[in-house]
Design a protein around this ligand. Structure first.
Ligand SMILES: [Zn+2]
Length: 468
């Protein structure tokens, strides 16, 4: 619960006017309710930065809170949920499926249920049976999370008014892959699925990318199609698109460099700043975010005009807060959470700036960093934060007094979301693969609950389908 309250918790009616990644349905619903004069009843909205399984008590408490709110609000014409879709609790592999099916039980068969999902989620039979409308963000980086909420709210309202009869169809692509949509072949594929929407009875098409760090039976990529009462057409389209996606396997990941290669390439680049993404030390994927390997290498090479955003270290931030801005001290930071996070860095540092309850932006959303400190070690500046977060936007640096466009190299911890806002200022973007805690290889991740054949564990998981 502390993690949820630290990241984002809004009791009914207390959601801010700005959306968060998975709660954009709140401001969208408010605007539509005002404009169209229908009654909106809000429930609780909350998220936590991922970090392993959610303890059973927290999950059951939050689920109970929302179910009570639904019960108290009845009778309802429609229910709209902003879900992530990859929550796993100690006692439940499919939290969103469980929540949706319990809401269906409480609300009855006639209420329209629509939900938005992050594509880095799972798709289960239970979710498909309980919901009428499921729509995932199409872009990775998720620059379209508000558009996705608009679509979900619009379709749910149209269904509640009896204008459409949404039916869900899905196809299991049987693959686990990282699929940024800023580059081909995914860029063209997303444009293609968008072109299907609104054509004939196709209302919406989504790609579920899956989340490879989970161990659940339904892990992997899926296509979801919402049609206006044409489930067979939806199933045909889902399969057709799903097999196209399967053909992209092994070709969607960006080129990955080693730490040394990335620093050297960035150093020798003609332009600046060069952004280096430490893609597996991404707190958004569930790791702590205090890996020091790249920062340590930059220090060893005595590099300069380089800024790191960010390293999660509440203890070091606390020490910096006590010392005050301008202080110089010996500080140990980073590398404290696991044996694979690299060694902690011990250095003489200067405290450049301290910010209480610091934030960064992610599109229209505000993301908390907790108390934060900018420190300098020779030519290298590091942002230390106390609430875990990946790097989303250059204001992660500028809010801490570091001018990102004036630096030669920016190191960020994020798989691809940074790209949405950093692309405009970066002269080049490099992706570096450093082995840490994140289980980034399906072949060696050691899934225990996976029972379906999926690529790359099985070379041709569709073989039995084709022969059938
Ligand atoms: Zn995602």
């Amino acid at each position: 619960m502390t993690d949820f309250k630290e990241s984002f918790y809004a009791a009914p009616g207390e959601h801010p006017e700005t959306p968060t990644l998975c709660s954009a349905v709140f401001p969208v619903c408010r605007r539509r309710a005002r404009a169209e004069n229908w009654t909106l009843i809000e429930g609780t909205a909350t998220w936590a930065e991922p970090g392993g399984l959610i303890n059973a008590e927290t999950w059951e408490h939050l689920r109970g809170e929302i179910l009570e709110q639904v019960q108290a609000a009845l009778p309802l014409d429609g229910i709209i949920l902003g879900l992530h879709g990859a929550m796993v609790a100690q006692t439940c592999d499919d939290c969103e499926g469980d929540l949706l099916s319990r809401i269906r039980e409480v609300a009855g068969p006639d209420v329209v249920i629509g939900a938005t999902l992050d594509p880095h989620s799972h798709l289960t039979r239970r979710r498909l049976e309980a919901a009428d409308i499921l729509i995932a963000f199409k872009e990775f980086p998720h620059t379209d999370f508000v558009d996705c909420a608009e679509s979900c709210v619009d379709l749910t309202l149209r269904a509640a008014r009896g204008e459409i009869k949404p039916r869900l169809s899905a196809f299991d692509c049987r693959m686990i892959e990282v699929m940024p949509t800023n580059a081909e072949p995914m860029r063209g594929f997303v444009d293609q699925i968008k072109a299907h929407e609104g054509r004939g009875s196709v209302l919406s098409v989504s790609i579920i990318h899956g989340f490879m760090a989970a161990d659940v039976p339904d892990i992997g990529a899926h296509i979801v199609v919402v049609t206006d009462d044409h489930p067979e057409l939806g199933a045909y389209l889902a399969r057709d698109l799903g097999m196209q996606l399967f053909d992209f396997r092994g070709r969607t990941k960006p080129q990955l460099l080693s730490a040394g290669e990335a620093l050297e390439q960035a150093q020798n680049a003609p332009g600046c700043p060069v952004v280096i993404a430490d893609i597996w030390d991404n707190p958004g994927g569930g790791v702590p975010g205090d890996l020091t390997i790249l920062t340590k290498l930059a220090l060893d090479r005595q590099m300069s005009s380089l800024a790191v955003g960010s390293i999660w270290d509440p203890m070091a931030v606390r020490i910096c807060m006590s010392a005050g801005e301008g202080a110089r001290l010996s500080l140990r930071f980073g590398g404290k959470t696991s044996a694979t996070a690299g060694a902690p860095i011990d250095a003489e540092v200067e405290i450049l700036k301290l910010v209480r309850n610091a934030e960064q932006s992610f599109g229209q959303s505000r993301v908390p960093l907790g108390d934060a400190a900018a420190i300098r070690i020779d030519g290298i500046e590091v942002v230390l934060n106390s609430v875990r977060s990946q790097a989303f936007s250059p204001d992660l640096f500028s809010n801490l007094g570091i001018a990102p466009s004036a630096r030669k190299i920016l190191i960020v911890k994020s798989t691809n979301h940074f790209r949405g806002a950093f692309e405009a200022l970066a002269s080049d973007i490099l992706y570096v693969s450093i082995e840490g805690l994140y289980p980034n290889n399906p072949l060696t991740n050691g899934y225990r609950k996976l029972t379906r054949p999926v690529w790359p564990i099985v070379e041709n998981p569709h073989a039995e389908l084709e022969s059938a």
